[in-house]
Design a protein around this ligand. Structure first.
Ligand code: PMP
Length: 444
């Protein structure tokens, strides 16, 4: 099969010849936090697929729910006012568990189209309120919001812009100020003040709040390299948006569904966004699904007043009944011990990775819950990056693989961790120990 894969299947990045991390490996099976490759090698999945298999692999209850739904009703369009029981039940349970007034759920296929949908909803909302001139969008440097043209434009990672004239002319960025190499320094209050000032200045620059439609932010930046803002940072920006009447959108595609401890990271920060995007852990990767949460006031405004503007958006597989059935089964798991286990395992993971801080290559260890990262440096004082994909000697991903561990190796010298929440203490310890081996090898 590997020959068939090489001949016919396109893998973003890995298929592009000359890319340092090129090379394809086929996976054969998985159970819990362990995957087995085509050659029978067992690996601990320290990245839960692509930060999505939060519940872990192979839960019988999920498999049964999907199978039952496939037999009973494999498809019902979410369009034209049709629907299905599992989709209605999942929407209701999610609304019940979501922060504050986020009581309305729009299902998508994944995270990128969830973000795209919020952009539509934002525009419908301002049309409905008679303020169509509010059409400028702001997001944060190092942020990631999807691979569609609109989502890639909100994203602030250059690799997603090259060749496409992105960002679009209505998409703007502010600095994060809490990145590992931020000039403001480590003081949380200084970081928060700098970000608040920059957001206000950006809004002024764009012609004032009457031009700015929405602000997008990840509670913890994932694809930018697992960057954790100080507590209170996101809340301060939320307040600025409330004051200036700018919609505040939390992108919880990675942080949602127990990844950082609570069901949603916003809970830890005590904030309620106007809209929230989720995907990944929603169905734990078993089947594709994303969800946009709309607050009562956003939903009611659009439903009442968007008129002709609010048509022409939807997906064939929105609210897919099999995905919804899986979502319900996965939610049962989160509520029956998995969140709890994830919180304990996450604390153990962070403590374990922190125990590697003395290693000469480790510049920073950071994380919250089951989302963590090590930043590799060649000079701790100067924070000089060790690019993990630059040379064979630093091929962290390959070396981890050879040692039975899957991690994400980011080009800027970051090793990312997002293990399934079901990990046992022994599995967490093994992730840490295998990382130590990889770091020692990388020194050679
Ligand atoms: N937003 C964030 C914060 C993400 O991390 C991702 C995916 N990594 C997306 C959106 C896009 O999700 P998807 O890949 O499911 O389209």
């Amino acid at each position: 099969s590997i020959e068939l894969d090489r001949a016919h299947l396109v893998h973003p990045v890995a298929s592009w010849r000359g890319h340092e991390q090129s090379g394809v490996r086929l996976l054969k099976s998985a159970k819990g936090a362990t995957v087995t490759d085509a050659e029978g090698r067992q690996l601990l999945d320290g990245f839960a697929g692509l930060w999505c298999v939060n519940a872990g692999y192979g839960h019988e209850s999920v498999i049964e729910a999907a199978t039952r739904q496939l037999r009973e009703l494999p498809y019902a369009t979410g369009y034209f006012g049709l629907g299905s029981e599992p989709a209605a039940h999942l929407a209701a349970r999610l609304a019940d568990r979501a922060p504050g007034e986020l009581n309305h759920v729009y299902f998508t296929l994944g995270g990128s189209d969830a973000v795209d949908s919020t952009v539509r909803f934002v525009r419908y909302y301002w049309h409905a309120r008679g303020m169509p001139q509010k059409d400028q969008f702001i997001s944060v440097q190092q942020g990631y919001h999807g691979s569609s043209t609109v989502g890639a434009g909100l994203t602030a990672l250059p690799a997603f812009h090259a060749g496409f004239n992105l960002p679009l002319d209505w998409q703007h960025k502010i600095s994060s100020h809490y990145a590992y190499r931020n000039p403001v320094g480590p003081d949380p209050e200084a970081i928060i003040a700098a970000s608040v000032a920059e957001l206000r200045a950006k809004v002024e620059n764009l012609g004032g709040a009457e031009r700015v439609a929405a602000f997008y932010v990840e509670p913890i930046q994932g694809s930018g390299g697992v960057l954790v803002p100080p507590k209170g940072w996101i809340g301060a920006l939320r307040e600025v948006c409330r004051e200036l009447d700018i919609l505040f959108i939390a992108d919880e595609v990675i942080t949602g569904f127990g990844r950082t401890g609570p069901l949603f990271a916003c809970e830890d920060e005590g904030i309620v966004p106007d809209m929230m995007t989720t995907a990944k852990g929603l169905t734990s990767g078993y089947v594709p699904m994303g969800a946009v949460f709309l607050s009562d006031h956003v939903y009611e405004t659009i439903a009442d007043g968007a008129g002709a503007a609010a048509v022409g958006h939807g997906y064939t597989y929105s609210a897919h009944p099999v995905s919804a059935a899986v979502g319900l089964a996965v939610l049962d798991l989160y509520e029956n011990g998995l969140l709890e286990n994830g919180r304990k395992a996450g604390a153990r993971l962070l403590a374990g990775l922190q125990s590697l801080s003395d290693h000469p290559l480790v510049g920073d260890v950071r994380g919250r819950g089951m989302l963590a990262a090590i930043e590799l440096v060649t000079d701790k004082e100067r924070k000089t990056a060790l690019p993990v994909s630059a040379s064979p000697a630093t091929r962290v991903f390959d070396r981890a693989w050879q040692n039975g561990l899957i991690v994400r190796a980011f080009a800027q010298g970051v090793i990312g961790y997002a293990p399934p929440l079901c990990c046992t203490e022994a599995e967490i310890d093994a992730i840490v120990e295998r990382t130590r081996t990889v770091l020692d090898l990388t020194l050679d």
